[in-house]
Design a binder for this molecule. Sequence first.
Ligand SMILES: CSC[C@H]1O[C@H](OP(=O)(O)O)[C@H](O)[C@@H]1O
Length: 343
Amino acid sequence: MVPLKFENGKVVWLNTSAIPWKEEYKESSNYEDIARAIETMEVRGAPAIGVMAALGIAAAVYNSQGDVQTLYQVLNRAAERLSRTRPTAYNLFWAIDRMRAKANSLISDNVSPEEFKERIVEEALRIQREDIEINRRMGEIGSQVIKDGDVILTHCNTGSLATAGFGTALGVIRTAWLQGKSIRVIATETRPLLQGARLTMWELTKDGIPSKLITDNMVAYAMRYEGVTKVILGADRILVSGHVANKIGTYGISILAKYHGVDFYVVAPTSTIDRTGANEIVIERRKPDEVRTVLNMVDITVKDAEVLNPAFDVTPPELITGIITEKGIAYPPFKDSLKKFIE
Ligand SMILES: CSC[C@H]1O[C@H](OP(=O)(O)O)[C@H](O)[C@@H]1O
């Protein structure tokens, strides 16, 4: 299963909002369609939306005509639109900046329009390929912390359906399983959009990894009575201070882990680490109906109920055991250990 493809100038994506009911691919060469697919979370997951944006920029340039300046303007229009899709995942901006940097270097090299197109498409495909390679490397590094008999709790979806393939936190779990470690996974459903129930259970079941689904309010129960030994989950944006933005509910899980003496690991490529020096993280606020309904299929509250719908929360560094990246595992103090990974 390849969640994202670039074929004949079109971006082809697996519509994850239809899983587990159906595996439906969609395609477009139009960056507005790609932007909407990210905004409506047909494609979601920090690394996946970065790769999707890079492929969307490549499709925009590939299908345009004119001189290099014209192609450069098309690239920047696509980049600007894609940068306005979702505000929290740093990978989106990291990928867009990398595509812009490639375009700027091509402009200064005074290349032909054909070469400009070719090298831009090449860069997007390189970002996609590197993401998979990085995930496999994180799997090898991160699986060192997983022992035989571990019961691992994970939140949201961090697998092939959240990346260009293999996954981040789920990639670590997958690697430990493939190494023959006898592990069990407890996946939270992850309201309101149920990425855990719909996507993580779909991936774990396909891999044959022993797993149980719980509702989000069962985490404390699972730690107390189901023998959870580790929490391993993903990230959308990491500050060099070690503050981690991840799916809403992560902060609460980290507090429960601390109380129960359970190690709490975050898994993310270094493209998730915010290099801007920011000490605040913009948390995406999504539509109220996501909370008022179950996937827009069933109303579960009174009409027009006031709701909160932050897509993420921030876990402070003192609640994090380690941050697993493709360059190694960062341990506290993160302001020193993470900095080494992005120098
Ligand atoms: C490897 S995916 C990282 C991260 O992205 C998810 O958010 P969303 O489903 O809203 O895109 C979730 O927070 C995952 O942990």
